[in-house]
Design a protein around this ligand. Sequence first.
Ligand SMILES: Cc1cc2nc3c(=O)[nH]c(=O)nc-3n(C[C@H](O)[C@H](O)[C@H](O)COP(=O)(O)O)c2cc1C
Length: 174
Amino acid sequence: MKSLVVYSSRTGNTQKVAREIYDALPEPKDIFSAKDAPDPSDYDFLALGFWVDKGTANASSARYMETVKGKKIGLFGTLGAYPDSDHAKQCLKKARELVQGNEILGEFLCQGKVDPALIKMMETKMKDDPHHSMTPERRARLEEAAKHPDKKDLADARELFVELAQIAAGKVSA
Ligand SMILES: Cc1cc2nc3c(=O)[nH]c(=O)nc-3n(C[C@H](O)[C@H](O)[C@H](O)COP(=O)(O)O)c2cc1C
């Protein structure tokens, strides 16, 4: 079984998770950013990663994800929102739609530090926009996001993808 990790990362959060997953997978394996990633047809198991951009998978990951068909896959992503929030569930739903026609063996989401430049914009230009203005709840969420991905997130991602690779290889049942 040959595995491929494909991800995008603007500020490094998703890359951290991607590298952890890559490290956990059995050989043979490859890792690429979505814009340089090879044809998925040469691989048996794909770990497909994205960062959440305006409620869905970022564009370059989304484009790659749509090219993958008939594979066993695991999805992973990072976002500013809490992973158990309705927003996160919606994002995951959209990601699933991008990979229709594949067998999704598992999914992983964790928070990721939000770009300070974006936070600054929320505090200034977006301060009158009800969807982005800086409320105490939003600030608390951004402060929590700033601690992620943390050691536990990385350990959880590792553990899940070790298991998914075993399922993909037919060593354990789903
Ligand atoms: C332009 C932009 C849009 C974003 N949109 C969302 C969003 O809709 N929902 C969310 O939960 N987080 C959003 N985020 C936060 C990122 O998804 C989060 O910080 C992620 O971990 C970034 O990953 P990266 O470091 O791999 O680029 C956004 C961040 C940026 C910069």
